[in-house]
Structure formats: structure tokens, C-alpha cells
Ligand binder design. Sequence first.
Ligand SMILES: CC(=O)SCCNC(=O)CCNC(=O)[C@H](O)C(C)(C)COP(=O)(O)OP(=O)(O)OC[C@H]1O[C@@H](n2cnc3c(N)ncnc32)[C@H](O)[C@@H]1OP(=O)(O)O
Length: 205
Amino acid sequence: MHNPKIFIRGAGSQAKVILEILEVLKQECAGIFDDNPDIKEVLGYPVLGRWDPSMISEDARMILAVGSNMIRKKMAETMGCEWISAVHPSANISTRCTIDPGTVIMAGVSINTCATIGSHAIINTNASVDHDCRVGDFVHISPNAALAGHVTVGEGTHIGIGSSIKQGVKIGKWSVIGAGTVVIRDVPDNVVVVGNPGRILKNNV
Ligand SMILES: CC(=O)SCCNC(=O)CCNC(=O)[C@H](O)C(C)(C)COP(=O)(O)OP(=O)(O)OC[C@H]1O[C@@H](n2cnc3c(N)ncnc32)[C@H](O)[C@@H]1OP(=O)(O)O
């Protein structure tokens, strides 16, 4: 079967991790787009310059390698591309979960039965998303964060490294859960929560 060419937008650290996922999947990256003209290559892969849709064929697939959830959303909404997910083969993913296009699942992740993951999310190294969780579009779940069963995470929210989310908790959109936070109650939209137990540090992120 013909494999479509894969391109990445964003030439920072996230691109390096995605390139290595593609390498283990034996899906070569054909090039990277980035606005910074000084970056010529990433891990030996060519940086082609600013995003230019005329440089890719219709059947090409794109992945966004951008850490900011909001910038990923803006890019995804304006680029008009076909997206592809990158899932590290060491991730332990139930056959009963769904992962939408553009999402990156890194090494050692566990996603348990009947969980759903939206598009352009990042499920980072060794994070765990348990049964029946609902993870929205443009969410980032940082390394070693753990979502117990039936947790909901709204669009664009960042779950910090090593945080723990109690079962059934609903976290709103565009919020930030700080590193190491233990979330035991629902969290509204657009707040920063830190500590154990997690409490609101700031409103209006
Ligand atoms: C592969 C990767 O690298 S993935 C990236 C993973 N990175 C993360 O998970 C980082 C998540 N971000 C954080 O935890 C940040 O500290 C945030 C977003 C919670 C807060 O950042 P800022 O808004 O810059 O807050 P700031 O650093 O000014 O701290 C404000 C107060 O909150 C406290 N605080 C900040 N973060 C935390 C935290 N995670 N837990 C407890 N308290 C915290 C600070 O000690 C400070 O308290 P003080 O006023 O009594 O001194």
C-alpha cells in the first residue's frame, strides 16, 4: 500500500520526539516547516522554511509539533491539512479507545478501555489515561500524569507533570493543572490549579 508523505510543523523539542516515534514506526518524515529561517534541520531531517501548503501533495499528512495548546489549535484551524497521529509502539492502548487525528502518544503511555482522546492532543511519556476518560482536543497530558477512571478533560487544558486526577473528576477547558497536583474536585474553565489537594491559584489563564 502507498504510504502518504508525512510532514511536521514546528522544529523544536516536540519535533525531535515525534521524529523518533516516526522512526520506530518506520514512517519517514519528508520535511519540517518552521517560521525560524535559522533552523535548517532537526535530527538530520530538513527544515523547509515557513509553512507553505503548495510544497505538499494532496495526499500528504501533517503533524503539529508545537507545545502551546492554543497555538496548535490556531494552526490546526487555519492550515486545512489532512492530519495523522503518531503513536509510539510501546504505548499500551486498549482496542476499545478512540484517538482522533493529529494526536501524539509518546512512549510508555497507557490508555485503558473505552477512553476517548480528541485531536491534536499530546499524551506525554508514561502518562496514564484510565477507563472511560474523555480527553478533549488540544489537551496536553504531561509525563507521568495519571487520570483515574471516568475523568473528563476539556479542550486545551494542560495537565502538569506527575499530577493525579481522582476518578470521575471533570476538568474544564483551557485550564492548567500544575506539576504534581492532586485534583480531587471538579475544575472550571480557564484556571490554574496547584497543590495537594489542588486549589485554584489563578483565574483567567
Ligand atoms: C516533557 C515536558 O517537559 S512536558 C512539560 C511539563 N511541565 C509541567 O507540567 C509544568 C506545569 N506548570 C507548573 O506547574 C507551573 O508552576 C504553573 C503553571 C502551575 C504556575 O506557573 P506560574 O503561573 O508561572 O506561577 P509561579 O511560578 O509564579 O508560582 C506562583 C505560586 O504558585 C506556586 N506554584 C507554582 N507551581 C506550583 C505547583 N506545581 N505546585 C505547587 N505550587 C506551585 C509557587 O511556589 C508560587 O507560590 P508563592 O507565590 O507562594 O511563591
